[in-house]
Ligand binder design. Structure first.
Ligand SMILES: NC(=O)c1ccc[n+]([C@@H]2O[C@H](COP(=O)([O-])OP(=O)(O)OC[C@H]3O[C@@H](n4cnc5c(N)ncnc54)[C@H](OP(=O)(O)O)[C@@H]3O)[C@@H](O)[C@H]2O)c1
Length: 307
C-alpha cells in the first residue's frame, strides 16, 4: 500500500529520553533494549481497523519516538490489518540499526473487524510472511505467539502452534520467539520446547494477575512486556493514582508507567498512543522515581479491584 521511503529519522541522541529508564538484554541474544518502548496498535483507524484519520500524524509519532531514543516498537500485521506495519515502514524504513520491531501472530481480522484465532500452521506461516512483506524486512526480530483468552483460561497446550514458529526460526524468517496472552504453565511448556525471550500479557497497576509470573521470568532473565500498561481501551482511573500524580507534580499516565518500571527490572514498556504530545508525556516517565510510601498507596489499587 505504501512505498518504502528512503528518508530516515534523526539520529538517536547519546543520552536519549527513552534510555533514562535503563536497558534490558533479551536472553540469549545481542538485543539490548531501552526499557521504554512504544506500542504501535493505536496508529491504525478506530477499533484498530483501516487507515488512521491523519496519516502524517501517525508517521510523525513514529519518527518522534525513534528521535527520542525508542529502540523497541511493538506491532502486529493484524492491526489495521496491515495498516500499522505499513505506516511503520513508511515512517522508518530503512530502519535504524538499533531498532527492534516485535510483532505477534495468532489472530486474524474478520470483515466485521473481530479478532478470530489464526493458529493453524498455514495461518501462522501466512501471518509471518505478511509481517515480513509489510514491514519490508528479510527476518523478523521477535515474533510473539499470541494464544486466545479461552486457551489461556483452559491452559491449552501451546506445542502445536509453537512448533510452526520454531520451524520458521530454523528457516531464518524469525530471529527470536516470545509468547503472549499465556498462563504460567503455558510459558513453562513453551520454554521446554524452545528459547523464549519475552512474554506479553495484560498487566498494569489495577490488573496484577501475573505478579508471580513476572517474578519468575525475572529470575530467568526473560522480559515481561505488559500490554494495556495504561489500561488500554479504558484508561486507568483511580483517586490513588490521581493523588500520586498531584503529589509528584506529574500526570497519572506517567505515574502508571513509572510504577511498572519500578515493579521489576525485566518489565519493558510499550505504551500506545496516536499523539506526539502523549508520546512525550509517556516518555517522561522514564525519569520519574516514585517514593516508597507512594508506591505502597499505588499497590493498594489492585487490592481494591475485584479480579
Ligand atoms: N498481545 C496482545 O494481546 C496485545 C493486546 C493489546 C495491545 N497490545 C500491544 O500493547 C500496546 C499498548 O497497549 P494499548 O495501546 O492497547 O493500551 P495502553 O498503552 O494501555 O493505552 C493506550 C490508550 O491510552 C491513551 N494514552 C496514551 N498515552 C496517553 C497519555 N499520556 N495521556 C492520556 N491518554 C494516553 C491512548 O490514546 P491516544 O492515542 O489519544 O494517546 C490510548 O487510548 C499496543 O500498542 C500493542 O502494541 C498487545
Amino acid at each position: 500500500m505504501f512505498d518504502a521511503m528512503t528518508s530516515s529519522t534523526s539520529s538517536t541522541p547519546s543520552t536519549s529520553t527513552a534510555a533514562l529508564a535503563g536497558t534490558f538484554t533479551l536472553p540469549g541474544s545481542d538485543i539490548t533494549l531501552n526499557r521504554m518502548g512504544y506500542g504501535a496498535m493505536q496508529l491504525a483507524g478506530p477499533h484498530v481497523w483501516g487507515p488512521p484519520k491523519d496519516m502524517d500524524a501517525a508517521v510523525a509519532v513514529l519518527r518522534e519516538a525513534v528521535a527520542l531514543g525508542i529502540d523497541h516498537i511493538d506491532t502486529s500485521d493484524y492491526y489495521g490489518p496491515h495498516v500499522t506495519n505499513q505506516i511503520i515502514r513508511r515512517a522508518l524504513h530503512p530502519y535504524p540499526q538499533e531498532l527492534t520491531i516485535v510483532t505477534k501472530v495468532g489472530n486474524r481480522r474478520a470483515d466485521d473487524a473481530s479478532w478470530p484465532a489464526a493458529l493453524s500452521a498455514p495461518e501462522l506461516i501466512s501471518a509471518v510472511h505478511d509481517n515480513l512483506r509489510n514491514l519490508g524486512v528479510e527476518a523478523l526480530d521477535v515474533v510473539n505467539l499470541r494464544m486466545q483468552d479461552d486457551q489461556r483460561q483452559s491452559d491449552a497446550s501451546v506445542a502445536e502452534p509453537l512448533a510452526v514458529l520454531v520451524d520458521l526460526k530454523r528457516r531464518g524468517s524469525i530471529r527470536h520467539i516470545g509468547m503472549s496472552n499465556v498462563s504460567a504453565r503455558q510459558v513453562m511448556e513453551a520454554r521446554s520446547i524452545t528459547d523464549i525471550v519475552c512474554v506479553q500479557n495484560h498487566y498494569n497497576l489495577a490488573h496484577r494477575e501475573d505478579d508471580a509470573l513476572i517474578d519468575d521470568l525475572a529470575q530467568h532473565g526473560i522480559a515481561f512486556t505488559p500490554f494495556f500498561p495504561l489500561g488500554g481501551f479504558t484508561p486507568l482511573q483511580s483517586s490513588a493514582l490521581a493523588n500520586a500524580a498531584a503529589a509528584l507534580q506529574t500526570t497519572p499516565m506517567q505515574v502508571a508507567l513509572a510504577w511498572l518500571l519500578q515493579r521489576s527490572p525485566n518489565i519493558l514498556l510499550i505504551p500506545g498512543t496516536s499523539s506526539v504530545a502523549h508520546l512525550r508525556d509517556n516518555l517522561a516517565a522514564a525519569a520519574l522515581r516514585i517514593p516508597q510510601e507512594t508506591l505502597a498507596e499505588l499497590n493498594a489499587i489492585a487490592a481494591n479491584v475485584t479480579r
